[in-house]
Design a protein around this ligand. Structure first.
Ligand SMILES: Cc1ncc(COP(=O)(O)O)c(C=O)c1O
Length: 392
């Protein structure tokens, strides 16, 4: 079966944040701008997901729902068949997306003033959630080694003062695209154990891993750390259904799980039934075939985009091991962030995510979302080459 990753759908005026907030947030008009910031995709989700929604719409009744075992079974099947991770369906708690899961975790397992450790550059919402909850961000920079990033746990250790309660880990890493090895994951788990930290492993980009790399779930790499482990997964990035606001906390340890289940119960949190219908349909053999095809499309986009931007003197797109989020270093241009960012937004009319937002190490970067049609990627490459044409 062929899928339509090159289909271009006009999302403007559809209440989608990526296009309809672009002018307000980036001063790039949606009339002729290209939205390459927030992490969702420009093509429709898998046909099996849309079919499931159609069947639900045809049924026509959207009343209260009971337990939804197909949804839990589908997650279990996906983790087993796609990631070699054996989970018990009883370990799964459902949240209103992973940002919500992180905020809930801060609430349940730390107190105002406690330190929360991250490894930067990393998904900016980790910092926002920590700061909004009045916790203290303990930012540990990753070490840039050529085209990639490595852990520097000695440096990280020197930044801790013993008041830290939680480590929020991103695997694979957004924005660098690093796919961590089993040894690196074990070192992080060991670091969490030595410092008595709850380990939140955000694995939302687990399915977007390019050939040659293998994603290893933290629980598989370091089962001995399961008494401090909370794993976050979701179908939202893989299947472009982030607007359904549904994610999973997979918590193998029964007392940790009971604490979170109590909080969810107190808040009377219950997921929206249609989102569960979509996830159950996505995590299926048909969904897997679509996800494989998507990855091929993204690998092609990555190659075309990298060739275009790497031809600009001083600009370097780091070779992505995973994710559809190109991480591009402009330091070789000798420009300040404002100088190259203004060219990108004003001359190229592209809105990427600003690198400094991802914390220490992101100062000379921009993050470009490549989950779009090939034609849009070619257009983006041409626009960037024109905007920096005087450097040729
Ligand atoms: C690492 C990571 N975690 C969480 C999220 C957001 O998850 P949600 O939309 O479910 O809040 C993102 C979105 O880009 C992400 O990259």
């Amino acid at each position: 079966m062929t899928f339509s990753f090159d289909q271009q759908i006009d999302r403007r005026g559809s209440h989608c944040s990526k296009w309809d907030l672009m002018e307000t947030l980036y001063d790039v008009s949606p009339d002729d701008g290209l939205a390459m910031w927030t992490a969702d995709s420009e093509y429709p989700t898998a046909p099996c997901v849309i079919d499931a929604l159609r069947r639900a719409a045809d049924h026509g009744i959207f009343g209260y729902t009971s337990a939804y075992p197909e949804y839990l079974d589908a997650i279990q099947w996906w983790m087993q068949t796609r990631h070699n991770w054996q989970i018990d369906t009883g370990w799964i708690l459902t949240t209103q997306g992973l940002g919500n899961a992180i905020a809930l975790s801060l609430d349940v397992w730390s107190a105002p003033g406690d330190g929360v450790v991250t490894f930067s550059p990393v998904y900016h919402e980790f910092r926002h959630k920590i700061e909004r909850a009045d916790r203290r961000l303990v930012e540990c920079p990753l070490k840039r080694t050529g085209d990639t990033y490595a852990l520097d746990l000695d440096d990280a250790q020197s930044r801790l003062d013993g008041s830290e309660k939680i480590l929020i880990w991103c695997s694979p890493q957004n924005p660098s695209g690093r796919v961590w090895t089993r040894d690196e994951l074990r070192a992080v788990a060991d670091f969490a154990t030595r410092n008595d930290l709850l380990l939140i492993s955000d694995e939302v980009h687990q399915d977007l891993v390019y050939p040659g790399q293998t994603f290893v779930p933290m629980h598989v790499a370091a089962p001995e750390a399961q008494d401090r482990l909370v794993v976050l997964t979701a179908a939202s990035k893989t299947f472009n259904i982030a607007g359904q606001r549904t994610g999973n906390m997979i918590i193998p340890d029964s007392s940790l799980r009971a604490a979170m289940a109590r909080r969810l119960n107190t808040l009377d949190y219950k997921p929206a039934a249609l989102s569960l219908t979509m996830i159950a349909a996505a995590y299926s053999p048909a969904g897997a075939a679509w996800a494989d095809a998507q990855l091929e499309h993204l690998a092609g986009n990555r190659a075309v985009f990298d060739a275009a931007v790497n031809a600009i003197p001083g600009v370097h797109s780091l070779p992505l091991q995973s994710t559809y989020l190109a991480w591009v270093d402009f330091s070789g241009t000798g420009m300040t962030f404002d100088e190259f960012d203004t060219r990108i937004r004003k001359a190229a009319r592209i809105a990427p995510s600003a690198g400094p937002g991802f914390g220490a190490g992101g100062e000379s970067f921009e993050r470009f979302n490549l989950a779009m049609s090939r034609a849009q990627i070619i257009e983006a490459g041409n626009r960037l080459q024109d905007a920096f044409g005087d450097l040729q």
